[in-house]
Ligand binder design. Structure first.
Ligand code: ATP
Ligand code: MG
Length: 170
């Protein structure tokens, strides 16, 4: 059984993440998806809770037939022991997919096989850009899987993001 590990914050889970995970799934039997900064929510960079992100990922990957486990992982603020922290929380995996230099460095130092997946339309498919569009009232729905847009509507995600991004009312 070959299992891959892939980590992101998924604020929100967008089509870049979706495309990467579908391509990883062609190379392995199962994908473990680490949901980073799991303790964070209700702030402008991290509007959604870990549970809401689990929901987005589950519904988005349902139709794609990708066997996966989404595992929330809290920040440790201690890079030297971060890989052990991941391993302690995750189903066992044989290979890591990442384009993040720190993630690559830490897993390589732990002698874990790391592969770099290609980027998919990085300009449009970016969490930062999508959150900006939500705040400014621009059309963001085409940048996420349809199931993710449904989850965001269900939880009132856009209104929440706007509210937590505002300054004090004076
Ligand atoms: P943010 O702007 O909030 O950081 P993001 O789009 O970078 O959001 P993350 O949750 O930080 O999303 O991403 C997790 C991983 O997914 C990162 O390592 C990043 O390299 C990768 N990723 C993000 N967007 C794409 C994309 N369009 N194509 C391929 N990989 C992507
Ligand atoms: Mg990022």
């Amino acid at each position: 059984m070959k299992r891959a590990f892939y980590i992101g914050r998924f604020q929100p889970f967008h089509l870049g993440h979706y495309s990467i995970i579908c391509s990883i799934a062609k190379e392995v039997d199962e994908v473990v998806i680490g949901i980073g900064s799991a303790q964070k929510s209700h702030d402008p960079e991290n509007p959604f809770t870990a549970g809401e992100r689990v929901l987005m990922i589950r519904h988005a990957l349902e139709d794609a037939n990708v066997k996966h486990y989404a595992i929330p992982i809290e920040d440790l603020q201690r890079n030297a022991v971060w890989v052990s922290h991941i391993i302690s929380m995750s189903p066992p995996f044989n290979v890591v997919y990442s384009n993040n230099p720190l993630v690559i460095q830490l897993f390589k130092e732990a002698n874990i096989d790391v592969r770099q997946p290609p980027m998919f339309n990085r300009k449009g498919y970016s969490g930062t850009e999508i959150r900006k569009m939500m705040i400014e009232g621009n059309e963001w729905r085409q940048l996420v899987p349809p199931a993710v847009a449904e989850v965001i509507d269900e939880i009132g995600g856009v209104e929440r993001l706007r509210n937590v991004s505002m300054k004090d009312i004076e």
